[in-house]
Write a protein that binds this ligand. Structure first.
Ligand SMILES: *[C@@H]1O[C@H](CO)[C@@H](O)[C@H](O)[C@H]1NC(C)=O
Ligand SMILES: *[C@@H]1O[C@H](CO)[C@@H](O)[C@H](O)[C@H]1NC(C)=O
Ligand SMILES: *[C@@H]1O[C@H](CO)[C@@H](O)[C@H](O)[C@H]1NC(C)=O
Ligand SMILES: *[C@@H]1O[C@H](CO)[C@@H](O)[C@H](O)[C@H]1NC(C)=O
Ligand SMILES: *[C@@H]1O[C@H](CO)[C@@H](O)[C@H](O)[C@H]1NC(C)=O
Ligand SMILES: *[C@@H]1O[C@H](CO)[C@@H](O)[C@H](O)[C@H]1NC(C)=O
Ligand SMILES: *[C@@H]1O[C@H](CO)[C@@H](O)[C@H](O)[C@H]1NC(C)=O
Length: 627
C-alpha cells in the first residue's frame, strides 16, 4: 500500500502541478500558472562577478524586493576558441541560475548571440572575424552556421532550467536591440526557429529595442518589448504605446531601465540620473502596469581583457555603472530608495527583506614594486621561434589566433625615414628603435588618435619594435573589429616589410617574473645583461614588469588596488589577471580586488606599459578612488 502510494505521488503530482508561463494577449498581461504576473527585475551578470560572490550578490537583489533577474550570455565567454566550449567555473551558467532560484528569483535570459553589454566584441567571438565572407548579425551563412553550432551546445543546457520544465527561467530574448543595427527579418526568424527547436514551442521568446527602432527589431511570433531610461510620464506612456503596437496587446514591458551608465577611459565620469528621477520613472512605469528590469542592478567588474569598447574609447575595468548595488556589493542610497519604494507596493509577491550589511573591506598598506625586466625585453624573451610568424606584412591578432592582450611586432629596418606612420593600428602601439622608446601610437578615430610619430636617430639595420595593445573590441555598432598592427606601416614614404609577429602569453610573463623575483639580491640592471639574448635591448626605461608581495595578518577581505605613480597597465594578483589600470586616463584610479583573489601571502605583478613616476610603491586601500 505504502509503496503504491509513493509511486502515485511521484508519477502524478508533477503533471497536476505543471508550471506554465504564457502571454495573455487580450488582457496585456503575463500568466504564470494561470494567474496574472508582473516582474521588477534587475540585470546582473555571472561573468562580471567571481563565483564565490554569486550568492552574495543575488541575495542583495532579492532583499531589495526584486522578483526576477535578467542576465546576458556572452558567446565569447563560452566559446572563446572555436568549438572549445566552456561551462565550468565562472562560465557555469547552470550554477548561477540555480543560485538565483534558491533566492526565489526568476530569470529572464538574454543569450544573444549578440549581447552588446559593453562586453568585448558585444559578446561575439573574435574568431568570427577571420571567416571568409562573414557578415555579423545578418542571415549570412558563415555567421549563421557558427551561431547554430553554439546554440546547439547552449540551449540544451538552458532547456531543463525553464520555468515550464521545473526551473526558473521565465522567458528568453533573441538578439539584442537589433533594430538599432539592421532590419534582417530572415535572420531574426532563423533565431526564433532555432530557439523553438531546442526549447520547445511553449517557451516565451521576446525582443528588446529602443522604441524608435522597434519595427526593425521585432519579428513575427516573438513578443516585442522596449527599453528606455529616466523619462517624464508622457514619454513613458508614449514609449509603451509604441511597444503595444508591436506587442499585439501583450504585457507592457521596459526590458532595460537605466539607473546608471557605463564609463569610458579618458572621458571622465558618466552622467548619472538622480535617484528622484529614477523613482519618478518607476512610478510612471508601475502605474502603466509595466514589468521592468533595471540595467544594471549590480554591474560588477570587467576582469582580464573582457571590457568592450565604444567607437571613441574603451570601457573602464569597473562596471559599477552607478547601479543600486555597487561594484563591491555595497548598498547605495539608491538601493535603499528602491527598496523603500517596493515595500509600499500593494500585494507585491516578493516583498523586500532585511537590508544586507556591506561586506568587510580593508586596506593592506603599501607594497614596494621591483622591476624584473623592461617591457620590451620581457615580451621578447617570452616569445619563441614557434610562436612568432614571419611575414612580409604584419599579422593581426585574429590571424595569429590570439584573442586578447598584446602582440609584439618587430623588423630590421632596410631603410630610414623620420616619420613612422601606422594609419590602421588597433589600438595602442608602444614603439621602440632598438631599446629606445619612441612614443605611443593611438589608433582611435577620436581626438586621442595619434597615428604617426617622429623617429629619432635611426640607422639602417636598426630594430623597430611595436608592442600593440588590444583595448577591447567595439560593441556597437558591430563591425569586424580586427586588432593589431594592421597594414600598412610606413617610414618616410616607404612601406615597412619583413615583420615578425609574436602573440604575448602574459601568464608566462607573470610566472617568469615571479620566479625571477624569488632570487634574493636580484638586481634588474646586472641581470638584464646576464639574461640578455637580444643584443639590441638594454632598456633603462621604467616601462616593465614589476613584482611585489604582501602578507595579510587578520581577516582576508575585499580591498582596492591603488596604482600610485604607475601609469597604465595590467594588474595580476596571485596569478589572476584582475584588469587594466590607467589612472592617467581615468576616471577610474583604484581597482576592486575581491577577497576571493587574496590569501595570506600575496604576489602582485604589474605589466606597466608607460613607465612609472619616481615612486615605485602601490597600495591596497580601504576606499576606492574614482574621478
Ligand atoms: C555546474 O554547476 C552545477 C551545480 O549547480 C554542477 O552540478 C555542474 O557539474 C557544473 N557544471 C560544470 C560543467 O562544471
Ligand atoms: C492596469 O491594470 C488594471 C487591472 O487589470 C486595469 O484596471 C487598469 O486599467 C490598467 N491600467 C493601465 C494604465 O493600463
Ligand atoms: C630562431 O630563429 C632565428 C632567426 O629566424 C634563428 O637564427 C635561430 O637559430 C632560431 N632559433 C631556434 C632555436 O630555432
Ligand atoms: C600595403 O603595402 C603592400 C606592399 O607595398 C601593398 O601591396 C598593399 O596593397 C598595401 N596595403 C594597404 C592596405 O595599403
Ligand atoms: C626559475 O628560475 C631559475 C633560475 O633562473 C630556473 O633555473 C628555473 O628553471 C625557473 N623556473 C621556472 C618554473 O621558470
Ligand atoms: C609568507 O610570507 C612570510 C614573510 O614573507 C614568510 O615568512 C612565510 O613563510 C610565508 N608563508 C607561506 C605559507 O608562504
Ligand atoms: C566622479 O565620480 C566619483 C564617484 O562617484 C566621485 O567621487 C568624483 O568626485 C567624480 N568626479 C568628478 C570630476 O565629478
Amino acid at each position: 500500500m505504502w509503496l503504491h502510494f509513493t509511486l502515485l505521488l511521484f508519477v502524478f503530482i508533477p503533471t497536476i502541478n505543471a508550471n506554465t508561463f504564457e502571454i495573455d494577449y487580450s488582457n496585456h498581461q503575463f500568466l504564470k500558472d494561470g494567474k496574472a504576473f508582473r516582474y521588477i527585475a534587475g540585470q546582473i551578470e555571472y561573468f562580471r562577478i567571481q563565483p564565490e560572490l554569486w550568492q552574495d550578490r543575488l541575495m542583495r537583489l532579492r532583499h531589495a524586493g526584486l522578483n526576477a533577474i535578467q542576465i546576458y550570455v556572452p558567446w565569447n565567454f563560452h566559446e572563446t576558441f572555436e568549438n572549445q566550449f566552456n561551462f565550468y567555473g565562472m562560465a557555469n551558467i547552470t550554477a548561477f541560475i540555480k543560485l538565483a532560484q534558491a533566492q526565489n528569483l526568476y530569470v529572464i535570459l538574454r543569450p544573444g548571440p549578440y549581447i552588446c553589454a559593453e562586453w568585448e566584441n558585444g559578446g561575439l567571438p573574435y574568431w568570427l572575424i577571420k571567416k571568409k565572407g562573414i557578415q555579423l548579425r545578418v542571415y549570412n551563412q558563415p555567421y549563421i552556421s557558427a551561431v547554430e553550432n553554439y546554440f546547439n551546445q547552449l540551449l540544451p543546457i538552458i532547456k531543463p532550467l525553464l520555468y515550464i520544465n521545473g526551473g526558473n527561467i521565465l522567458m528568453v530574448q533573441i538578439e539584442n536591440e537589433y533594430g538599432s543595427y539592421n532590419c534582417d527579418k530572415k535572420y531574426l526568424g532563423f533565431l526564433r526557429d532555432l530557439a523553438k527547436k531546442h526549447l520547445g514551442n511553449d517557451v516565451v521568446l521576446y525582443t528588446t529595442d529602443p522604441p524608435a527602432v522597434i519595427q526593425c527589431g521585432s519579428v513575427d511570433g516573438v513578443f516585442a518589448t522596449v527599453d528606455f531610461g529616466v523619462n517624464d510620464d508622457t514619454t513613458v506612456k508614449k514609449n509603451f504605446e509604441i511597444q503595444q503596437k508591436y506587442a499585439n496587446g501583450g504585457p507592457i514591458v521596459n526590458s532595460e531601465f537605466y539607473p546608471g551608465w557605463f564609463t569610458v577611459w579618458n572621458y571622465g565620469n558618466a552622467t548619472l540620473p538622480t535617484t528622484q528621477k529614477v523613482l519618478d520613472t518607476m512610478n510612471s512605469m508601475y502605474n502603466s502596469n509595466a514589468s521592468f528590469s533595471f540595467y544594471m542592478f549590480h554591474g560588477g567588474t570587467n576582469f582580464e581583457f573582457w571590457n568592450g569598447a565604444e567607437v571613441y574609447g574603451a570601457v573602464i575595468t569597473s562596471y559599477d555603472y552607478g547601479a543600486p548595488v555597487a561594484e563591491n556589493g555595497a548598498i547605495t542610497p539608491q538601493y535603499l530608495a528602491i527598496q523603500e519604494w517596493i515595500k509600499k507596493l500593494p500585494n507585491w509577491d516578493s516583498p523586500p527583506l532585511e537590508t544586507p550589511p556591506n561586506n568587510p573591506v580593508r586596506g593592506f598598506g603599501t607594497v614596494t614594486m621591483k622591476m624584473t625586466d623592461s617591457l620590451r625585453l620581457a615580451f621578447l624573451l617570452s616569445t619563441t621561434n614557434e610562436s612568432c610568424k614571419q611575414t612580409d606584412l604584419p599579422l593581426s591578432f585574429e590571424e595569429l589566433d590570439h584573442p586578447y592582450g598584446f602582440v609584439i611586432y618587430s623588423t630590421q629596418l632596410g631603410f630610414v625615414g623620420s616619420t613612422l606612420k601606422a594609419e590602421n593600428i588597433k589600438d595602442h602601439g608602444y614603439v621602440y628603435i632598438n631599446d629606445k622608446p619612441q612614443g605611443v601610437l593611438v589608433g582611435y578615430i577620436d581626438i586621442f588618435g595619434k597615428r604617426s610619430l617622429p623617429i629619432r636617430n635611426v640607422n639602417k639595420g636598426d630594430i623597430l619594435t611595436i608592442i600593440v595593445e588590444n583595448r577591447g573590441r567595439q560593441t556597437f555598432l558591430s563591425i569586424l573589429d580586427s586588432k593589431g598592427l594592421l597594414p600598412n606601416v610606413t617610414l618616410g614614404n616607404s612601406v615597412i616589410t619583413k615583420w615578425s609577429s609574436c602573440p604575448i602569453d602574459l601568464n608566462k610573463i607573470v610566472r617568469t617574473a615571479l620566479n625571477i623575483s624569488k632570487f634574493e639580491n636580484y638586481n634588474p640592471k646586472t641581470d638584464f645583461s646576464e639574461r640578455e639574448k637580444n643584443p639590441f635591448d638594454q632598456s633603462g626605461d621604467t616601462a616593465g614588469i614589476y613584482v611585489g608581495s604582501f602578507v595579510i595578518t587578520g581577516d582576508i577581505t575585499d580591498t582596492w588596488f591603488n596604482p600610485g605613480q604607475f601609469r597604465k597597465g595590467q594588474l595580476f594578483i596571485n596569478g589572476n589577471n584582475v584588469g587594466r589600470y590607467w589612472p592617467t586616463g581615468g576616471p577610474q584610479t583604484t581597482l576592486y580586488v575581491p577577497a576571493s583573489m587574496l590569501k595570506k601571502n600575496n604576489t602582485v605583478v604589474l605589466i606597466e606599459l608607460l613607465g612609472r613616476g619616481t615612486d615605485s610603491t602601490v597600495s591596497f586601500d580601504e576606499k576606492p578612488y574614482f574621478g
